[in-house]
Ligand binder design. Structure first.
Ligand SMILES: Cc1ncc(COP(=O)(O)O)c(C=O)c1O
Length: 503
């Protein structure tokens, strides 16, 4: 190196400048969390209105952190949908807890990539520790090992790729194209209510959307195991190769629970991989007295539970547990020379061998911080509180003659609609059905536009269905009560129209 260099060093932000800026950032973060409840849950802006607020190209010259932070407060925060808001009762909640945020900050500073043990010994081994802590907390047997991924979408994709290997397809080496040993194709089974991630996994894995057979559900939106057995038999008779069944504990629309124990019996009999999607509801298994809906899940080949949903972990964190790590590795292991660690001694786990991605985030750190700060007992009590809030709201709705609960409430999500008492017992003619659909959509929209709470909807048995999903760490009884009061007030605007329909 003979090149003279008398210029300023081209390095990162100086650590002292970083310290000062980080303190300022923490103030902004704390102010946000302190004030989030006073904001409308989502901004009243039109799509496309934000992009023009930003310069079309990145700045050539450096800008001071104060200016950047001021713009963050002015442009970013007010234009976010506030998932941290206690009135966020839409979809399934995803709260970033205080300790989880601190964990994310530490993660960013440490800059780990636990793709190999060598590239992050602590990232690798703390993941083993945290996965096992969570396994125990969920009451699952020691046979389950696993890993952390970004989302349930990835966890389910990995599980189905492993199922394909377990079925002896060897798609990792041979692919699927042009093979005459697979009959007309592979088959995966899930209920009509299963999440679209299962279908997307089939698309991504080259099985095609047609490989997913949707099994009918009963009146409680639970998979019918008899219909599953028939579908498998019919497919086998037609030459298809069934490889896996996905049972859901806590479906997305209604939070219904498939009969996992019966499905597990069938999976064993048929030699199918059983994957359990408990992305939302899985954390309820942390409460031993609430484990009834989980009967049989301990017999699954793989299970997904999302800490970034109802365990208050900042996005992203999905837990994939499996008793068949060998098959995961068969599906994804590929070790080129540049990733071979010359000093490798067993036992060493290189997590990239179990996933489609090479680079990985150190997700275990925020979970470790968070599990310690809340303690399992603190987490259980918060989940229990949400379950109680949901029970209370479901009770109020069921007791009101103008409202109907449209699905059982096994967890913390209530599906319901306004149906004025005058319509009780009347056949739901197309005219009445249309009126109820549009009235309920308008009621939900009116409540949402007020900005105090945010609700979402689904369709159950073709009916527009309002959902209140309780799972935000900051939600208290008063927020749920307020949502109910706002819904009833909005419904009052439709009462006259309701009487006209019945006339
Ligand atoms: C039951 C269920 N499975 C899977 C998912 C997908 O989760 P992710 O966004 O982590 O991929 C969801 C999302 O709400 C879900 O409700």
């Amino acid at each position: 190196m003979t090149r003279p260099d008398d210029r300023a060093p081209l390095l990162d932000m100086d650590p002292e400048a970083f310290r000062a800026a980080a303190h300022a950032v923490v103030d902004v973060m704390a102010d946000y969390l302190e004030s989030v409840e006073a904001r409308p849950v989502f901004p009243t802006i039109e799509p496309g209105s934000l992009r023009p607020l930003f310069p079309p190209s990145a700045p050539e010259e450096p800008e001071p952190i104060d200016a950047i932070l001021a713009d963050y407060v002015r442009l970013i925060e007010p234009n976010a949908t506030h998932w941290q808001h206690p009135g966020f009762l839409a979809y399934f909640a995803s709260t970033a807890s205080g300790p989880g945020i601190l964990g994310e900050m530490l993660t960013a500073a440490l800059g780990q990539n636990p793709m190999l043990w060598r590239t992050s010994p602590i990232g690798t081994e703390l993941e083993e520790v945290v996965v096992d802590w969570l396994r125990q907390a969920l009451g699952l047997p020691e046979a389950f090992d696993g890993l952390l991924t970004d989302t349930a979408s990835t966890s389910t994709l990995i599980a189905l790729a492993a199922a394909r290997e377990a079925a002896g397809i060897d798609a990792a080496a041979r692919g699927l194209a042009g093979r005459d040993d697979l009959g007309p194709g592979l088959r995966v089974y899930a209920s009509a209510e299963a999440h679209s991630t299962v279908e997307k996994a089939c698309m991504t894995l080259g099985l095609g959307r047609g490989s997913l057979v949707r099994i009918a559900t009963n009146a409680r939106f639970e998979m019918d195991p008899g219909a599953l057995a028939e579908a498998i038999a019919a497919d086998r008779a037609a030459g298809f190769r069934p490889i896996a069944v996905v049972a859901t504990i806590g479906t997305t629309s209604s939070t219904s629970v498939d009969p996992v124990a019966s499905i597990a019996d069938l999976a064993v009999r048929e030699g199918l991989w059983l994957h359990v999607d408990a992305a939302y509801a899985g954390v309820v298994a942390m409460l031993p007295e609430r484990r009834a809906p989980f009967a049989g899940w301990e017999r699954a080949d793989s299970i997904v539970v999302n800490p970034h949903k109802w365990l208050f972990t900042p996005l992203d964190a999905s837990l994939l547990l499996t008793r068949r790590m060998t098959e995961l590795r068969a599906a994804f292991s590929l070790v080129p020379e540049y990733l071979r660690t010359l000093d490798r001694v067993t036992p060493v786990r290189d997590y990239n061998e179990y996933t489609p991605q090479l680079g990985r985030r150190f997700r275990a750190l925020k979970l470790w911080v968070q599990l310690r700060w809340f303690g399992l007992d603190g987490l259980r009590r918060r989940i229990e509180r949400h379950l109680e809030l949901a029970e209370d709201l479901a009770g109020l709705i069921a007791a009101d003659p103008d409202w109907d609960v449209l699905a059982p409430v096994p967890f913390s999500t209530i599906c319901f609609r306004w149906r004025p008492a005058e319509l009780a017992g009347r056949a739901e003619t197309p005219e009445v059905a249309e009126f109820l659909d549009s009235a309920n959509a308008a009621i939900m929209d009116a409540v949402n536009r007020g900005g105090e709470v945010f609700l979402s909807h689904t369709r159950l048995r073709e009916r527009f269905t309002i959902r209140v999903a309780i799972g935000n760490l900051r939600t208290e009884a008063r927020h749920v009560e307020r949502a109910w009061a706002l819904l009833r007030a909005a419904a009052a605007d439709h009462a006259a129209a309701g009487r006209a329909v019945t006339a």
